[in-house]
Design a protein around this ligand. Sequence first.
Ligand SMILES: [Zn+2]
Length: 327
Amino acid sequence: MKIDKKWLLLLFIPLLGSMSQGNWGFWAHRRINRLAVFRLPAEMQVFYKQNMDFIVEEAVGPDKRRYSVVGEAERHYIDIDSYHVPDGEVIPKEWKRAVERFGEDSLRKHGIAPWNIERVCFQLTEAFSKGQKSRILRLSADLGHYIADIHVPLHTTRNYNGQFTDQVGIHGLWESRLPELFADEYDLWIGSIVYRPFISEAIWSAVYASHIACDSVFDFERLASKRIAADRKYSYESRNNILVRTYSESFAREYERLLNGQVERRMRAAIGLIGDIWYTCWVNAGQPNLTNLEHATPLVEGIEKKSADTSQTGNGRPLPVRPEPDD
Ligand SMILES: [Zn+2]
């Protein structure tokens, strides 16, 4: 039987659609940025919705440029447990004081996520007050990514992939595999927006809340590994036509059950804080009217400029890039 080419094409479209979702860590970032938009007040939401594709797609921009932009890699994490501070002393929230205390090289080596978020907040507030549409959009998208990252417990520890505890692969399990399988069951709708007068405090609380959760992340993986037989821990799945070894669904389900909503809670907190901080930057800029921003600003230009802009805090010396499951 001769099949019309048109029909063949139609048969392939759904296949291509499902293939493009293969990148699950990226998927979570996109979903988080999308849901954060729905938290915004009407004066902001109209503008963000008009540019939803950009906000969602560029949610993964910072990860894509981790290898190409000097100084980018260390913006995605902070190894809290690398800092040996005496009891009662905390890591300085202010970048200058932190540099004085630990030295810039050491800070960059252990990750600078919270300080970087504060810097991007400052830039976003400035972009709002100057009415720079492209800049507002790309800084908002970037901020969404960085804030989401600090809500992942494994972005706050030097044992970020279980490499010191014989749990290699746990990073992708927690932040990619679990949302891939269970995020549709999560309740990710959050109440009304909150103005955050102390941005830095809010960022550091999120970091410490993530870090405190690390114990459960590791302990419950160990417990799940005892409960699920070793030969059932992993399975093979086809991704983009390649057979990949991944944590089995039964193992992931047991781990998710033991974590008792932890991934959902961290995702919710991320969505909440992203919306709140976009809103706070806008309020701090004097609540500018976003409907009057020029419509024709080419977003492509914004993407190209991004590398130059974001490399400002890089010290020109590349650090080894910490691999992520989505690389
Ligand atoms: Zn990241």
